[in-house]
Design a protein around this ligand. Sequence first.
Ligand SMILES: Nc1ncnc2c1ncn2[C@@H]1O[C@H](COP(=O)(O)OP(=O)(O)O)[C@@H](O)[C@H]1O
Ligand SMILES: [Mg+2]
Length: 310
Amino acid sequence: MKSKKTLVDLLLVGLTVLAFWGVATFIELSERVAKFSQTYEAFQVDELPLTLLVLCVGLLWFAWRRTLVVRSEVNERIRSENKVQELLKHNSDLLQRLFTAEEDERRALARELHDDMGQTSTAIRTEVAVLQRSGGLNEEAQASAKRIGESAQHLSNMTRQMLQRLRPAVLDSMGLRQALTSMCEQWQSSNLTLCTLSFAGEVDHLNDYASVTVYRIVQEALTNAARHAKAHQVKVQLALDAKGLHLKIEDDGQGMADAQAVPTGFGLLGMQERVASLAGQLDIISNLGQGVCLGVHIPMESLSDSSSFG
Ligand SMILES: Nc1ncnc2c1ncn2[C@@H]1O[C@H](COP(=O)(O)OP(=O)(O)O)[C@@H](O)[C@H]1O
Ligand SMILES: [Mg+2]
């Protein structure tokens, strides 16, 4: 394409020169110029053609020098852009490692919580039940045993909730679609606000890293909607197509004053970093009184990367 354009330009120059030569021959241009310059010889007009020729050569040299400078500037810019791309890739890799380490830590914590706290609270409830059944307790001891049982039950519920936040087992066992569905249902019943979910494409085929990224983003968005939005409804749409992954989370709440400002809270910042770790884009659209719409796009290349939690 580029060489075709150069050829056309050269052809144009050649044709112009030929046309000029034809016209000049036809009207005897040089003779006319010579005659004219002889008339004004006193003003040294006859020196003009050669001087103009030198000017032409000078301009050619100038253009050539400029071309060299521009070429080296373009090369320098290409090198800088490559460097920036490299640094961005490096940054994404570092963020992925960071989030992978964080998820590993959460998984380990969840395991310990499940094994220690979960089993201990179950053991306490079992002992309390044995005590209550033994019948040898006076009224005060019965009441105390009941309270211990209730506290153990509370501990057990808390542990289950913490486990859910730390590492939802359903994400590992049943996939992203089911994990998001049960998160939405739980959120809906504890916030008494409608949460609708829609899926398009094979979202369960995403690798671990991408699944956890989507899960955490939706989790934070729902937490924000419950905390800040005063919404009546939240819509979550997740689609996977040939271009990549598209996630949209909309609420009809009170909105944000300045959605374009650099996020100051850790929630939106964390979301941005998670999206950046997959070279994606996060758009926050909101006006006061008009709810918040979060749009996430992750390109297909980042999804087909082999990066995933071990
Ligand atoms: N869905 C929402 N509706 C209204 N305001 C929101 C919403 N999500 C976030 N915000 C605003 O953006 C701020 C930053 O959110 P975030 O980074 O998650 O931090 P945090 O939730 O800890 O305050 C919130 O304090 C809130 O003012
Ligand atoms: Mg938040």
